[in-house]
Design a protein around this ligand. Sequence first.
Ligand code: MV4
Length: 455
Amino acid sequence: MFKKILIANRGEIAARVMRTCRAHGIKTVSVYSEADAEAVHVKHADEAYLLGGPRVTESYMKIDKILEAAHQSKAEAIHPGYGLLSENAEFARRCEEEGFVFIGPSPEVISEMGSKIAARKAMEKAGVPVVPGITRALADAEEAIEAAETIGYPVMLKASAGGGGIGMQVVYSADEIHKAFEGNQKRATDFFGDGAMYIEKFVENPRHIEIQILADNSGNTVYLWERECSIQRRHQKVVEEAPSSFISEETRRKMGEAAVKAAKSIGYKNAGTIEFLVDADQNFYFLEMNTRLQVEHPITEEITGLDLVKEQLDIAAGKTLTFAQQDVKRDGHAIEVRIYAEDPKTFFPSPGTITKLKLPEGPGIRHELAVHGESIVTPFYDPMIAKLVVKGKDRDEAIDRLQEALSTYHIEGIKTNIPMLQEVAAHEAFRSGDTTTEFVEKYLTKKKKKQKQTK
Ligand code: MV4
């Protein structure tokens, strides 16, 4: 096992990775920006190296600076966390070239899954169901219209380099493609430096269900069940749960097996997630693969009893998985909510200084924190400051615990989205499991309007 690793990230995920390291006697090296000198990930590390200015482009995205810190500290491996450089194939390649183990899949696989067209192609080849659509870059609106006629409207125009909704639009007619194509292509070019566009049939009111997999270097690949992450706001996940209350045991097994097939076919190594859209009839379609540990990984840990970071470290160190598919447990129900420093009414980020932090405690409650009692929440980074993870013997108990925990969660000094999370947790549509991707639109925005009207 590694003696020392560098964590090329910040906030709660850096602290999370360090917790596992500490538990296993691995020394930790953190990197930080000028804005993060007092941050949790610096406090928790054995060593810390300043990268540069507060903006991520001056610090956490600086590959050369990070590798310099890795050399100086004599770290053996680098954990990229999520976001930032975690799905940057060049970073993974540079780590390897300079003699460090990148804790993740190969640069080739990161690159292949980073292109949604290449990923679709790989999945078609492997026999994993993809959304009906076309698997090549469209030159212009005319080509897109031609393709759309064969698929049938409505279709979704997507950027190959996309994700997170950028360069993506639903279109209902040739006329709309004419209007939408160039704008989305330009946005994709501006954002990703890649304007390749493709189209898929639009799946209406789907669920977003993803499968966690682990793959070692000896050819063993297992699935660790699913996470349902349908409740999102502007492509930002808000609530995630495991298991999904929607899919049948048969769909669960089929999706798990499809995910393993997907991972094996591309030579995937380490922890990864295969995202699927699931329609009302439980048909599932590959959407994309995330080649990193995800924000919502704790709910999988809660139901399986595994430490996913430990599994990542073991795999990266060349160890063989110590369990097979039939040994993977599934116990109880876990829910994660993301606590954002944002105004609950306008949804704008709410930076500031936390003056008081009082956390709920009790059975089935877990915290992943990016902040402490006197933290400064700067405007430079993702406004997610904490994750609250609850577990119960079943979904009802988990929701009860979530409601109780949210009602006693106390943060002073900044605004948070806790009121919105409480609204979700208390909603009968959430309790009944009507958790499609349209949840926020359908239940929360309308309710607000009604409240206004009755005032
Ligand atoms: C879709 C879709 C419907 N049909 N693709 C959103 C982010 C990006 N990764 C893919 N997304 C979607 N792709 C087809 N063919 C609907 C969405 C989508 C969505 C997906 C998961 C969770 C929330 C969502 C919210 C809006 C749209």
